[in-house]
Design a protein around this ligand. Sequence first.
Ligand code: KG4
Ligand code: ZN
Length: 338
Amino acid sequence: MSLVLGIESSCDETSAAVVEDGRKVLSNIVSSQIDIHNKYGGVVPELACRRHIEIINPIVAEALDKANVKLTDINAIAVTNGPGLIGALLVGASFGKALAYSLNIPLIAVNHLEAHIFAIGLEISELPFPFVCLLVSGGHTSLYLVKDYGKYEELGRTHDDAAGEAYDKVAKMLNLGYPGGPVIDKLALKGSPNAFNFPRALKDSLDFSFSGLKTAVMEYVKGMKVAGLVEKINLSDVSASFQQAVVDVLISKAVSSAKKNASKHIVIAGGVAANSQLRSDLKEKAAKEGVEVHIPSHIYCTDNAAMIAGIGYQKLIRNKIAELDLNPQADLYLSNWG
Ligand code: KG4
Ligand code: ZN
């Protein structure tokens, strides 16, 4: 039996988790900084780092406590080493390095994107390799063909904004606070997805672009402001039409990726995978093509340390150990190691 302590601090969540043999989550403590950043309409990097420093120690202690294990029971420490906010990454990685050194146990460096891709592994018994992964978060929107642990082929990526970023920016324009995804998701339930015909970009490609969509919403809001009609903006209709445009594009590209690569499985990952419409519509559309969709629970879609410990274990058993001079990288991209 192997116990991995995972530590995640790449953005605005401080999280620590204890996972047994890469699958059994004994604890997964996530402390969100939403209240700190909400009034600024987005994450303020300096405030994020300071908060991570303040709470990393108690969060790790809580994760050990909840798992009912001692630090000396831990077999390896897995830390996020990018991509993310550099100051934020440094807090978790330095903490993990110090722990690994003092306990004399292996340190595992985990790419945050890879952790999202394999979050589903915490909940299903066998991964359906090769599968298409639609990774949609606040910082990334990409499609990968995942052939094995550490073996990826990028099929498409965004040319500009990430899907979650578009949600957050549209929410900011509409004064809905941060993060935008959950609020827009909720408002959309009450609105009409056909009230506005917002653009769907790059129809014939597996790449994405959300900046035109964001600008279309901005132009509408600006127009209403100039006309003195801001109060007349129907937030539910704008949310529903914006969300329909995002979800249409995500679904059509994910399903075409599966068809093009003869894969019968799609996994969705990242914060936007928590979106209710994406979850239900993708299942329905993919089923028509004979493709099965695998969706992690909400807690494993947004940032969490269980996913870091989960893939950390896979690296540990393949002897992919990091050096103690590990340096996190803000722009780390997904590279093959398997
Ligand atoms: O994966 P994540 O927690 O952090 C990053 O690695 O970026 O993703 C955060 C993003 C935010 O942009 C947030 O607005 C979005 O995920 N998000 C959602 C929903 N819940 C979170 N987007 C759409 N619908 C949701 N229900
Ligand atoms: Zn993330």
